[in-house]
Design a binder for this molecule. Structure first.
Ligand SMILES: NC(=O)c1ccc[n+]([C@@H]2O[C@H](COP(=O)([O-])OP(=O)(O)OC[C@H]3O[C@@H](n4cnc5c(N)ncnc54)[C@H](O)[C@@H]3O)[C@@H](O)[C@H]2O)c1
Ligand SMILES: O=C(O)CC[C@@H](O)C(=O)O
Length: 528
């Protein structure tokens, strides 16, 4: 199978090399098309690679009926409708590390340019004026820098500011005292930053919480003559409030790489001599562009080839240690989900997944996704995948819960899937047996030992002599070959079950004949 990939924004050709080297991948570039939009052609593609120019809307995603993955060559995914992508089961991956250094360096370049009026002085000189009076600047040395958002970029900015002997105070909900100590900075609140900083720089994502976090009220708490920088996302600083703070003299200078609306043309802030600006250039270096394109290319290859990947934005990330430990259980989990749903005839209301043995020590969320995917996709088909499975469960009013049990029935690991319907509960348990692979070891209260094979027959009957023979003869009459058979019972002469794996698809005549055998209560074919 050949996968089609569309690159809709300018992305480093060198960075795309991993994709171009794949035999089963064909890459197209939007700038090679004329008179068409991404929306017009997206249905041909399995993956889309964007930077920040392409806005990936719900409508675009809906038009992309074959889309499996969106790769963002960069960090911010605010140009992608993540909720819609999740609903449609499209994985969104980004490249969070590749442009960190470039953006931190750009922020630093902006801070120095701001402190020394370099762009304004350059412009004056280019206009033929030798003006040495208007551009008296300030040193960074011994000034206080307030950093809001101490993630990758904020931390790199802090390291550089330390080298310039600045005092650094930072706020981030995830910043611990220990980490602040290690970086040689002070952990403070927003109020502390506003009250003490000579320079303030923001490095948060744009979220509901951070949108306009620096507003009129925040500016009134800042030191007179503060200088402010935004190389993160337009909208973290409210632009109208910034303009007012410049006009009132609270803000002596602002350096902006990003704007609420980009491209920012005829912007009132750009008319102010106190403002220096770049057109969203933080990540625009050869190194960063190669790295981010390489990172998303590798992620896309892994996803299309069904291998594990690490930077999904609309799925929780798991450590490589957990991924390695759980990988062998993914197939078992999916099969258990598929089998569990086939045990019930009423609409499922609640699913409980219980992990026992060594599995109870892990964060099993990624395994639960596989189980729920197996369970839901049996009836809902391909539209369910590991990205949208929890969303789909919610859509169908199916609740799920996860329990970690101490008992594992003597097995090293155990997964039990219990489905509740109006008729009661049905459950199925499985384990990974060293040397044997996945095994089904219990259905409801009956112990069995079967591999989750393609064609299974589950028969409920009374435990009376001759049942095994009758079932064997009936299937033989219909040319259905039994590969393995397991029987289970609660007590002698009571209710019993038979689980058979058969070599071929079961036929309706065989089904009817089996059901007519005295003392057989139900016959169920399980397809995996
Ligand atoms: N200008 C550019 O070209 C460019 C390039 C790369 C990244 N960016 C942007 O820079 C920003 C930071 O990127 P990063 O890679 O450092 O991200 P990151 O995820 O590593 O760090 C973001 C930090 O912000 C913190 N945060 C979230 N909400 C906060 C709040 N209300 N107050 C304080 N801190 C908060 C988070 O805890 C996290 O530590 C993002 O907006 C990203 O899109 C811009
Ligand atoms: O693609 C770009 O140049 C912008 C990148 C930057 O804003 C990001 O969030 O990674």
């Amino acid at each position: 199978m050949t996968y089609q990939i569309l690159v809709s924004d300018p992305v480093s050709a060198e960075g795309l090399q991993p994709l171009l080297n794949q035999d089963n991948i064909q890459v197209d570039y939007m700038n090679e098309f004329t008179n068409v939009t991404v929306q017009d052609v997206i249905n041909r593609y399995d993956a889309l690679i964007v930077r920040s120019q392409t806005t990936v809307t719900k409508e675009l995603l809906e038009a992309g009926t074959n889309l499996k993955v969106i790769g963002r060559a960069g960090v911010g995914v605010d140009n992608i409708d993540l909720e819609a992508a999740t609903e449609q089961g499209i994985i969104v991956v980004n490249a969070p590390d590749g442009n960190t250094i470039s953006t931190a360096e750009h922020t630093f370049a902006m801070m120095m340019a701001l402190a020394r009026h370099i762009p304004q002085a350059y412009q004056t000189l280019m206009n033929g004026k030798w003006d040495r009076k208007s551009f008296k600047g300030v040193e960074l040395h011994r000034k206080t820098l307030g950093i809001i958002g101490m993630g990758r970029i904020g931390s790199e900015v802090a390291r550089r500011a330390k080298a310039c002997r600045m005092t650094i105070i930072a706020y981030d909900p995830f910043l611990t005292e220990e980490r602040a100590d290690k970086l040689g900075i002070t952990k403070g609140s927003l109020e502390d930053i506003y009250a003490t900083s000579d320079f303030i720089t923001v490095h948060t994502p744009l979220t509901k919480e951070t949108k306009h976090m620096i507003d009129d009220n925040a500016f009134t708490k800042m030191k007179q003559g503060v200088r402010i920088l935004n190389c993160a996302r337009g909208g973290i600083i409210e632009e109208g409030a910034l303009l007012r703070a410049i006009e009132s003299g609270i803000v002596a200078g602002a350096a902006l790489d990003v704007f609420e609306k980009e491209p920012a043309m005829d912007h009132p802030l750009l008319d102010r001599p106190e403002v220096i600006a770049t057109p969203h250039l933080g990540a625009s270096t050869e190194e960063a562009q190669t790295l981010v394109a390489q990172d998303v290319s590798e992620e896309i290859i892994a996803i299309l080839n069904g291998e594990s990947f690490k930077n999904a934005v609309n799925m929780p990330t798991i450590s490589s240690e957990v991924r390695r430990a759980l990988q062998p259980y993914y197939l078992l989990g999916e099969k258990l989900g598929e089998m569990a749903i086939q045990l019930v005839t009423e609409a499922p209301m609640k699913v409980t997944v219980t992990y026992g043995g060594e599995l109870s020590d892990f964060d099993t969320a990624s395994l639960t996704r596989r189980i729920m995917k197996g369970l839901l996709s049996y009836h809902l088909g391909d539209k369910v995948n590991i990205v949208n499975t929890f969303h789909m469960a919610k859509t169908y009013n199916l609740t799920y819960s996860v329990e970690h049990a101490t008992s594992s029935l003597g097995f090293k690991n155990l997964i039990t899937v219990t489905i509740e319907t109006q008729q009661g509960k049905r459950s199925i348990s499985g384990t990974m047996l060293a040397g044997y692979g996945p095994r089904i070891i219990k259905i409801d209260d009956y112990s069995i030992d079967m591999a989750p094979e393609d064609h299974l027959l589950y028969i409920q009957h009374n435990d009376i002599p001759g049942m095994i023979g009758l079932v064997g003869t009936t299937l033989g009459k219909h040319q259905v070959n039994i590969a393995t058979m397991q029987v289970g019972r609660k007590q002698e002469g009571g209710e019993a079950i038979m689980m058979l794996s058969i070599d071929s698809l079961f036929n309706q005549d065989a089904f009817r004949d089996l059901e007519q055998i005295n003392h057989i209560h139900s016959v169920k074919e399980i397809r995996l």
